[in-house]
Design a protein around this ligand. Structure first.
Ligand code: PEP
Length: 252
């Protein structure tokens, strides 16, 4: 059985003091969650977040990782550095990294390989822009991103990857894909995984939806058969909102 996974992407928010408070507020609110719970915090908050969450069901993640083990890469962080901080998950290929930091499918692929090599789990983001959606390219874009992002990874590695489908036009905009649209595109992504890795791997990989997921729409989105979780930006910065998402309710 797959276990659903809800992850918060804090982006460039929260000081260490604010981190301690948010994690402390979250702990009692999410302690009975049925799904995996992850908070992907800024690098500078990792250590305090992990200490604050010790002994609870909240796992700590990072938001990026470099492909090299070490070297002259000013401003970057290696997978072994994250591993040393006991990080469990790392987000790779978020659209903000693709948009503002020239991330390509090739660099995403290299970062995923480095993360897996160090024993980290990966939340690998794909998704189309508004222009791509309006010109009918959604399926082609997500299939290419999936195929190129996962190139050279074996089935064992794939087990440590969660894909996040995040339509770029829905991130931080308050616009959400309809549950049906999100479900349909995730089906396409799953098909791409099946093609490259076989039916069983395609069926078992967890695929999240992300893009303005919030307490009001989470139940409907999580009721869709293809959606195995959520990647949450804005709403993950408030304990009550994130907890309501983590404690989503479906009829099944
Ligand atoms: C994200 O940053 O991954 C995200 C989905 O953001 P938001 O929930 O704010 O749209």
């Amino acid at each position: 059985m797959k276990r659903n996974i809800i992850a918060g992407n804090w982006k460039m928010n929260k000081t260490q003091e604010e981190t301690k408070k948010l994690i402390a507020d979250l702990i009692p609110l999410v302690k009975d969650a049925q799904c995996e719970v992850v908070c992907c915090v800024p690098f500078t908050d990792i250590d305090v977040a992990r200490k604050a969450a010790r002994g609870t069901n909240i796992q700590i993640g990072a938001q990026n990782v470099h492909w090299a083990e070490s070297g002259a890469f000013t401003g970057e962080i290696s997978a072994s550095m994250l591993k040393e901080l006991k990080v469990k998950y790392v987000i790779v290929g978020h659209s903000e990294r693709r948009q503002y930091f020239n991330e390509t499918n090739g660099t995403v692929n290299a970062r995923i390989k480095a993360a897996l090599g160090a024993g980290l789990k990966v939340i690998f983001c794909v998704g189309e822009t508004l222009r791509e959606r309006e010109s009918g390219e959604t399926q082609k874009v997500v299939m290419t991103q999936t195929h190129e992002g996962l190139e050279g990874i074996d089935r064992k590695g794939l087990k440590n990857i969660v894909i996040a489908y995040e339509p770029v036009w829905a991130i931080g905009t308050g616009k959400t894909a309809t549950a049906k649209d999100a479900n349909d595109t995730i089906k396409v992504i799953r098909k791409a995984v099946r093609k490259d890795f076989g039916r069983a791997s395609g069926n078992s990989i967890r695929i999240q939806y992300g893009g303005s997921m919030n307490p009001a729409n989470v139940d409907e989105l999580m009721s869709m058969p293809e959606i195995d979780g959520g990647l949450i930006g804005g709403a993950s910065l408030t304990a009550e909102k994130f907890a309501r998402i983590v404690n989503y309710q479906t009829n099944d």
